[in-house]
Design a protein. Structure first.
Ligand code: 3H9
Length: 709
């Protein structure tokens, strides 16, 4: 390999002649996103190669760990800058010299589209391929919807585009996305060898636009139709999935250039949709919440083993999350029977996976080998981190922490999974408050992504950093929260839950409220969620809070009337709804209607009708207002932390970005006006948050507070 003249095309794309081959290297950390300079650089490189007789082939590689992570997501929503990516891809494909992409790390979205515009693709074994635009409310907009089906057929192309999943190099080779996998860790070396081999063999320019995978048009159309029916059923309010299907139909029906024009039109529709704005906000917000001020300078403590106190649903779910991350887990329970139950709770999860074919018996055995249990706290003497998940009662928690203080080694992180209790009080009850932190998992803990990391007053920064590191290991989405009753999520939930109760007493049925919120994008409405989680939990909380409740505040007793009857939801066969014979979807219950009627009468309420729109407005106004309070009081660092909490822990539709992003899209003056209007009936409940008032007075929005503090 002889190296020729160096030329700097643009800061982010370099050209280097290697014999007959022009090496074009994209260097735009962290993921070589296709920002305007990269697009310009790529275009200039291809122009230069075509014009230079010394260049016989072009090799495109990504510098660093990845090929290309896609279009630069930060550019979406801003004025477009030429050259557009589809034009760059078309120009690459039109090159008169063979263009080869050598792929390491990820080739995602626009990154894969660049690769598909090249004439040959060689991958390193660690490469990953995907068209994840759907997760951003988009569709592949640089030829991906036209080239992918031509290369690998409509079925496989739709699967990649509709799921957004990443395919391994092996799968990509099997599908026909790449020509060859070559062992190695240097895409330049692999690519140059492959390119030389192609040149030596006289390999021609080979364009995906001419590929023939779509020859059987009738069969391909049938695939698309089936995908359309399935997508219409499953995409629940999402805008871009059906547009993807339309674009792929275009790939079958239309000549290539017309298909590209259709793709462009559909892409712009997606780009301009509020869903794209919501999903892109969610993308960046999730990455921001993973950084907290404490993690900037502090180094996390090493976590090689985990202890869990309590083997109930929560403890077992946390154990599974830790085991799945490869950590050994020691579970503590009060007696042998409870410990056996705890182990069973863990095994049940894996048995379910084995049954579904997602795990082998051997796999389960290997995972369970990392599980150990004991009834003696001393078994935790050497673990690096303990998570307590016992009964939600201060006395019980303190007793557990006293034991942990006694047995755990110095430097061990002591975490509580409390959802409401004062973690400062727990921390102050031990001799090492600097090691105590809140790790609030959501049920089922092995599935739900949200992890509230609750930061008490005396905790050391490196313990906070450790918690964030643990979240990464467990593949959770962490959000930093301050100490208060309910932290971010449950505190705000308590308020909008109340708004739902008020609307129920005022005339809306649980069924109507649930439906209005499902139509807004929630997978389930609040009464369905209560029936699923178990009405006994909320009932216990209400009883606990009864003594401190403002006697002047409105209190709806319907939920208590239902709970008193032992109707705790699905697990008891009835709650707000009826669940005959273990049904998972409830049906309205005339006896609950009678309870509601009686309670309205008792409270002197004359029921009125609500529109679905009003239900959503009130529910969201309550949520946004308390979200603003939580930010105002520093419980959440920024509005985006509230957004991530509700998207990942409470079913808020991700495509709306989160409640605070939604508030910005509606306009804060309108939200405040609503609250002031509602306050005319109930000034105690509807007190505008000082932060909301301040922002409206300044003409600012929540987004203005989303910078890292
Ligand atoms: C597209 O391509 C449209 C085209 O079809 C058509 C166009 C016309 N842009 O996730 P990480 C940042 S749509 C800008 O923590 P990891 C990210 O914000 C795009 N920035 O790392 C973070 O910044 P910071 C299709 C991006 O190793 C940093 O990189 N592509 C982009 O866990 C590290 O990210 C996608 O949807 C981007 N495209 O995972 C891929 N990607 O450090 C989206 C990342 O300041 N990206 N950043 O917080 C991913 O899935 C993951 O980031 C990836 C790396 C797997 C690449």
């Amino acid at each position: 390999m002889n190296s020729g003249a160096n030329a700097q095309v643009a800061a982010q794309v370099t050209r280097e002649q290697h014999g007959d081959i022009l090496l074009v290297s994209i260097d735009n950390p962290p993921v070589n996103a296709l920002g305007v300079d990269v697009r310009r650089g790529l275009l200039e490189a291809i122009e230069a190669a075509d014009a230079d007789p010394a260049v016989k082939a072009v090799l495109i590689v990504g510098a660093g760990r990845n090929f290309i992570g896609g279009a630069d997501i930060r550019e979406f929503g801003k004025p477009p800058m030429a050259p557009a990516l589809p034009d760059v891809c078309n120009r690459i494909e039109a090159s008169t010299k063979p263009v080869i992409a050598a792929i390491n790390g990820v080739a995602l979205g626009g990154g894969l589209e660049v690769a598909l515009s090249a004439h040959y693709r060689v991958a390193l074994p660690t490469a990953k391929f995907g068209l994840p635009e759907v997760a951003l409310g988009l569709l592949p907009g640089a030829g991906g919807t036209q080239r992918t089906p031509r290369l690998i057929g409509a079925q496989a192309a739709l699967d990649l585009m509709l799921t957004g999943r990443h395919a391994s190099a092996k799968e990509a080779e099997r599908l026909g996305l790449v020509d060859r996998i070559v062992e190695g860790d240097d895409p330049v070396a692999v690519g140059l060898t492959y390119a030389q081999e192609l040149l030596d063999a006289g390999a021609p320019v080979r364009r995906t636009r001419d590929a023939e995978a779509l020859a059987d048009r009738a069969a391909q159309s049938a695939v698309v139709e089936a995908a359309r029916t399935d997508t219409a059923k499953k995409s629940r309010g999402l805008f871009s999935p059906l547009k993807i299907v339309d674009a792929v139909q275009g790939a079958i029906d239309l000549p290539f250039d017309d298909g590209l024009a259709l793709e462009r039109k559909l892409f712009i529709e997606c780009l301009d949709s509020p869903q794209r704005a919501g999903l892109v906000h969610a993308f960046f917000a999730e990455r921001e919440t993973a950084k907290s001020p404490e993690t900037r300078d502090a180094k996390p403590r090493a976590i090689a083993s985990v202890g869990i106190v309590g083997g109930g649903t929560m403890g077992a779910g946390i154990a599974v999350a830790a085991l799945d991350a490869g950590l050994p887990v020691t579970m503590i329970e009060r007696d042998d029977e409870a410990l056996a139950r705890g182990r069973k709770n863990v095994e049940k999860v894996y048995d379910g996976m084995v049954k579904k074919g997602r795990m082998t018996e051997e796999g389960k055995t290997a995972v369970m080998a990392r599980w150990s249990g004991s009834t003696a706290y001393d078994a935790l003497a050497n673990v690096d981190l303990v998570i307590e998940a016992v009964f939600e009662e201060m006395g019980v928690k303190k007793a557990v922490f006293a034991e942990l203080d006694r047995v755990c080694k110095q430097g061990a992180v002591l975490a509580t999974n409390t959802s409401y209790l004062d973690i400062n009080e727990i921390a102050d009850s031990v001799s090492r408050p600097q090691d105590v932190i809140g790790l609030h998992f959501f049920s089922p803990a092995n599935i739900m992504k949200l992890l509230e990391i609750v930061v008490p007053a005396k905790v050391a920064n490196d313990v906070v950093a450790t918690a964030f590191e643990l979240a990464k290991k467990l593949k959770k989405t962490p959000v930093r929260a301050g100490v208060c009753d309910g932290f971010i999520g449950n505190r705000v939930l308590a308020v909008y839950g109340q708004a739902a109760q008020y609307m129920m007493e005022d005339g809306a049925s649980p069924w109507q409220i649930d439906k209005a919120l499902r139509d807004f994008g929630y997978p389930m409405g609040p009464f369905q969620v209560s029936d699923l989680a178990g009405g006994d939990i909320g009932w216990a909380t209400r009883k606990r809070r009864a003594a401190t409740r403002n006697p002047e505040a409105r209190y709806v007793q319907i939920a208590d009337r239902i709970a008193e009857r032992g109707w705790f939801g699905q697990k008891t066969g009835r709650g707000y709804y009826l669940y005959p014979e273990g049904a998972r979807i409830g049906t309205p219950d005339p006896e609950v209607d009678a309870i509601i009627d009686a309670e309205r009468e008792r409270a002197g309420v004359t029921p009125r009708s609500f529109t679905d729109e009003e239900i959503v407005r009130r529910y969201l106004a309550a949520m946004i207002n308390e979200g603003a309070n939580v930010v105002h009081q520093g419980i959440a660092l920024r509005p985006l932390d509230v957004d991530v909490t509700f998207v990942h822990g409470y079913g808020f539709p991700r495509y709306r970005g989160g409640p605070m992003k939604y508030a910005d899209s509606v306009g804060l003056p309108k939200i405040l006006a609503d609250i002031r209007e509602f306050a005319k009936e109930d000034p105690i409940f509807w007190q505008p948050s000082p932060l909301l008032v301040e922002l409206v007075e300044k003409g600012a929005d929540f987004a203005s507070l989303n910078q890292i503090k």
